[in-house]
Design a protein. Structure first.
Length: 584
């Protein structure tokens, strides 16, 4: 594709000869690790310069082989012959890199060094590609978050002088729903960004127009296929995977060497702008659709000036051209090979019975080269006896991976039974890959339990307590419904020693029991205990209630005979005087 791209004018070079001299001069100053590889014969490395392990399709490159700036670094006039390679570049205006842009390159290098130390990514390589692709985000025209403003878009890849890449993102990244365009400071085409996009600034978005996101994505892309960028051949392959053009490789190499010699930070928006891109003239017959067949040319005239015979039917008498053959159909590119399934950051899976799990199971599929793989069906299955199910009441669900290779299972709803269970994720058919996640359902808990009234509980020996016992449990000041409660008659307030006499409950057969373990609070967190009976032993006894979670309360039960009341004394009637007889 690169052969069809009109190259932009090189700044500071008036002829091809001057430009070539610039490349030669800069190449002479490169360190051994940065020298342009000459292939196996020149470098001793088994990988030849210019080879790339990725597909040779046009859209296989990160940029879709879209246009790029071909400005070369300035030549420094040496004080003495042969001394230019020793002169620092730090003082040159071209060596200045805008602050946010420089910070993004260095942050990407640090991140990749942590996650892929064997790649040995130099930030100067990102700077060289950023210079060639967008002139360091158009001289550092980014906002406070590092996002290019306005956004950076390449021309429509409509086949008119460029590659033909039809829309893959619905215009989400490039605003073009017909054809794709390279986007952002590092000029990713949308289909590549869908696989390699990163969120390096932690704003929850993977934005190709953000210099931090784009720099980290470029770094990871360059490190693909287990490359070691300290090896010259691997570095060449990485650059060619970005844009498959030898000219592009030489241009990036020139800036890479230039930045290795020294740079300095400049304010955002003050960087040197590259030469304005030229607009290629479309080749005849090119367009977004199939090329039109060329018009037949008239036969050359006879010496006598008579026109030659008109065009005959293909393959007919007098025809001078062979019968055209039907075009050979292009083979369908093979589907990407499913390589691996990995955990995509799933945290601990724990939830209280009846509650939803905060964490969701997430996996990532990768192809054989380690890149994220989309549209892979992943089946998630719950196995265990806790009653836990996925949202919607399903034990098994299938989810396809997205553009970033991830598939996330629906929310898990914990069952009512405490215990452990597993969630398995399975992908692939010929040789399925399986991941297993352990999960736990904990019992409902309470941190407080107390009586709902303060009425004294008293019963006569051999009788039933007239008043019932009602308690309420809470957890973090909220109603604790469905919490298991144990009721035990004890000898002391610590509840260490059980009591074998005094008040008791009755089991289903009517026999005395002094411990109940099947009690549960209702939806309002309340529990009304079964009837309590007293034996013939008088005294003060203790009932201890303990919840799942450790909350407890001790309740006094008193057994005593009712007090006898003395009969009231009846006063003797006062004597009445017998009336005396009256003499007549």
């Amino acid at each position: 594709m690169a052969a069809h791209i009109r190259r932009r004018l090189r700044k500071g070079a008036t002829t091809t000869a001057v430009a070539a001299a610039a490349v030669a001069a800069l190449a002479a100053s490169q360190a051994p690790a940065a020298t342009l590889a000459d292939g196996p014969a020149g470098s001793g490395d088994p990988k030849a310069a210019g080879e790339d392990t990725a597909s040779a399709d046009t859209d296989g490159a990160a940029t879709g082989n879209s246009p790029y700036y071909t400005d070369l670094p300035p030549l420094v006039t040496p004080d003495k012959p042969g001394s230019s390679s020793n002169l620092p570049a730090a003082g040159s205006a071209e060596a200045g890199i805008p602050a946010s842009i420089l910070a993004a390159y260095k942050q990407a290098e640090q991140t990749v060094t942590t996650t892929d130390p064997t790649c040995r990514l130099p930030w100067q390589l990102l700077a060289a590609i950023g210079k060639v692709e967008s002139g360091q985000a158009r001289g550092g025209r980014v906002d406070a978050n590092g996002t290019a403003s306005p956004r950076i878009l390449g021309p429509a890849l409509n086949g008119q002088g460029f590659a033909l890449i039809k829309d893959t993102d619905g215009g989400a990244y490039d605003g073009d729903a017909v054809h794709d365009r390279a986007v952002g400071p590092m000029q990713f085409i949308p289909s590549t960004w869908a696989s390699w996009g990163q969120d390096a600034n932690g704003d929850g978005r993977k934005d190709p127009n953000n210099i931090y996101d784009a720099s980290l994505a470029a770094g990871r892309y360059l490190c693909a296929n287990d490359r070691d960028l300290a090896l010259s051949a691997d570095l060449d392959q990485a650059v060619l995977s970005y844009n498959r053009s030898t000219e592009y490789l030489r241009t990036v190499r020139s800036w890479f060497s230039y930045y290795q010699r020294g740079t300095h930070e400049i304010p955002d928006g003050t960087g040197t702008l590259p030469t304005s891109p030229s607009t290629p003239t479309p080749s005849p017959g090119t367009g977004s659709g199939p090329s039109a067949p060329p018009s037949p040319k008239p036969s050359p005239s006879d010496p006598g000036g008579k026109p030659g015979p008109g065009p005959s039917k293909p393959g007919g008498a007098g025809s001078t051209s062979p019968t055209p053959k039907p075009p050979t159909p292009k083979p369908t590119p093979p589907a990407e090979t499913f390589g691996s399934l990995e955990n995509a950051g799933t945290g601990p899976l724990r939830a209280t019975a009846g509650q939803a799990f905060d964490e969701r199971v997430s996996v990532r599929a990768r192809n054989a080269l380690g890149a994220p793989l989309a549209k892979v069906p992943v089946t998630f299955t719950v196995t265990g006896k806790t009653g836990t199910l996925f949202a919607g009441g399903k034990k098994s669900v299938t989810v396809r991976t997205g553009a970033d290779g991830t598939a996330t299972a629906p929310e898990l709803q914990a069952g009512e039974k405490a215990g452990e269970f597993t969630v398995t994720a399975v992908a692939g058919t010929g040789r399925p890959r399986t991941l297993t996640y352990a999960a736990t359902v904990t019992a409902r808990q309470a941190d407080t339990i107390a009586r709902t009234d303060e009425k004294a509980l008293v019963a006569a020996p051999g009788k039933k307590f007239a008043d019932s016992v009602t308690v309420k449990a809470t957890y973090k000041d909220a109603v604790a419904g469905g919490v298991a409660v144990t009721a035990t008659m004890v000898k002391d307030r610590l509840g260490i020693i059980d009591n074998d006499k005094g008040p008791y409950f009755k089991d289903a057969d009517g026999k005395p029991v002094r411990t109940l373990t099947t009690l549960t609070t209702d939806a309002e967190g309340q529990l009304r205990l079964p009837e309590i009976f007293a034996d013939d032993n008088e005294g003060t006894y203790l009932l201890r209630l303990t919840t799942e979670g450790g909350a407890s309360v001790v309740i006094e039960l008193t057994v005593k005979a009712p007090e006898e009341t003395a009969p009231e004394e009846t006063a003797a009637p006062e004597p009445t005087e017998t009336p005396k007889a009256v003499k007549p």
